[in-house]
Design a protein around this ligand. Sequence first.
Ligand code: GTP
Ligand code: MG
Length: 242
Amino acid sequence: AEKKGRVEFRDVTFKYPGAEAPVLSNISFTAEPGKTLAIIGSTGAGKTTLVSLLPRLYDVASGEVLLDGVPVTEMDSSEITSRVSAVPQKPYLFSGTIEHNLRFGKPDATDEELWEALETAQAKGFVEEKSSGLNRRIAQGGTNVSGGQRQRLSIARALVTKPNVYLFDDSFSALDVATDARLRKALKGKTKDATVIIVAQRVSTIADADEILVLDNGRIVDRGTHDELLETSPTYQEIVES
Ligand code: GTP
Ligand code: MG
């Protein structure tokens, strides 16, 4: 069977409600199952806005966003939620147990699936360190865990749903370089059939992506692999040097 999760943006332009200027202009790209697409660019470039259009947090002003050839505007929200897992830039945890937080997208997941997701997300040790384990309580907003732990629990939650598409919005920034590398290696093994879209700040996080989009001021200014962009993209070179 053909793998599912092909994402296509066709000439997408987007304005926030009430704003005058578009935040994204003429965005076109395709992300394929089994591949990793990375998006990089300076703060305010429009990366978070771009990835919010697939799960339809907002709808486009013009152009189209398609999932396996179907415009997301024609899909119902439960279908999108079950097929696309987004790890937001500011991950949210609910007040409740770790288990409750992890089962959010897939209430019938087994404990084994939860532990497997925690292991991939490099959060197993953190959950095991207290005897309450999966029953450990998370305070509202996740204020009793660190930023990096919130990110890893949020990644584990996304893994539990086994979606066709993963969106990671700056999900690795609070991790030290070694944990980041371990996590991404483990993720690779678990997301082989899915489409992975990674927004990143650090070039080291995305250097092995199949394609990198360089976003500047709401436009894709360059695209290519890491090696290609090092040769061709002044904007990318600036990011590498910063
Ligand atoms: P970083 O996460 O800081 O790296 O930036 P980003 O590339 O994710 O940019 P983002 O998509 O968050 O923002 C792009 C532009 O849209 C910026 O000019 C923001 O000020 C603006 N913006 C973001 N969210 C909103 C919103 O909810 N309403 C309005 N009106 N503007 C927004
Ligand atoms: Mg952002």
